[in-house]
Design a protein around this ligand. Structure first.
Ligand SMILES: [Zn+2]
Length: 96
């Protein structure tokens, strides 16, 4: 009977150890998915723009009025598709 109890105790210890290993593994995996939020944009870098976008699926249009300085910002999405740039403040869009 004493041996039976030892086996039971061993099983409990192994189960607790296994649970701890599993918990550590899951916690470490979840930590990898946690990403730091992107840095706040510098208000100085955001300039007024006039980009017109049109959804190629439903025809909805959007005007972008502020964008980071420099390159053309990524097109917004509508109907799960990138919208088409149709105007850039009167000037031809500087694609590249
Ligand atoms: Zn759309």
């Amino acid at each position: 009977m004493g041996q039976n109890r030892d086996v039971m105790l061993l099983k409990i210890v192994v189960a607790i150890g296994f649970a701890l290993v599993l918990y550590t593994f899951i916690a470490a995996t979840l930590r990898k998915f946690h990403m730091a939020p992107p840095a706040e944009p510098d208000p100085e870098d955001i300039l007024p723009v006039d980009y017109g976008y049109r959804c190629g699926v439903c025809g909805a249009t959007v005007t972008m009025t502020m964008a980071p300085q420099g390159e053309l910002p990524a097109a917004p999405r509508h109907c799960r598709e990138d919208m088409d740039l149709v105007s850039a403040g009167g000037a031809p869009p500087a694609l590249g």
